[in-house]
Write a protein that binds this ligand. Sequence first.
Ligand SMILES: Cc1cc2nc3c(=O)[nH]c(=O)nc-3n(C[C@H](O)[C@H](O)[C@H](O)COP(=O)(O)O)c2cc1C
Length: 193
Amino acid sequence: MSRFVPVALEHASRLVNHGPTVLVTSAHGERRNIMAAAWSMPVEFTPPRIAIVIDKSTYTRELIAASGSFGVCVPGAAAIDLTYAVGTASGRDIDKFDAFGIQSTKGQILGVPLIEQDCAAWLECRLISEPHTEAAYDTCFAEVVAAAADERVFANGHWSLDESNAELHTIHHLGAGKFARASDVRQARALPR
Ligand SMILES: Cc1cc2nc3c(=O)[nH]c(=O)nc-3n(C[C@H](O)[C@H](O)[C@H](O)COP(=O)(O)O)c2cc1C
């Protein structure tokens, strides 16, 4: 059963603020795809905008250029193997959804594939055409038009990570298939001065 609930757009940037490795989904006509991306970040709160480096050689870039949209799904620790698998195979060779048994729904606004199983959140993103940054730096800007998150880890605009939801803690790529989980949350306190 899905525990995803809508996230207010003014809070959408918080879903990627801490730099999780994400899954970028794309579709055009009958074609669909998914890849891993470690290089993403928010660039504006309202309207929520993000930037992601997506190499121009990827099948993902081809589908995003054709459709003008993509999905960003935030995998939990339960999806580490899946994240690495979709980041080390190309959709030009296989349908990764079929090959890895990935269940997806269609975003209501842009129709992009969205994954909830073993994920903490998703964002539907409309590409902001920036031909120079796309060509020179492989950096794609987008506006987030809808977002949702699993209420067990993100509710009322805030992450809540503890032992009860460890498999939904976001993941951070250290290199060569090793990931760290976002855990051990600490609250900053004011320094005496
Ligand atoms: C953990 C991980 C993080 C990655 N991060 C990025 C990234 O930020 N940008 C990028 O272009 N490729 C990244 N990649 C590589 C792509 O996911 C990979 O090239 C993928 O096969 C492209 O798939 P596609 O051709 O089906 O689009 C990453 C791979 C892994 C395993």
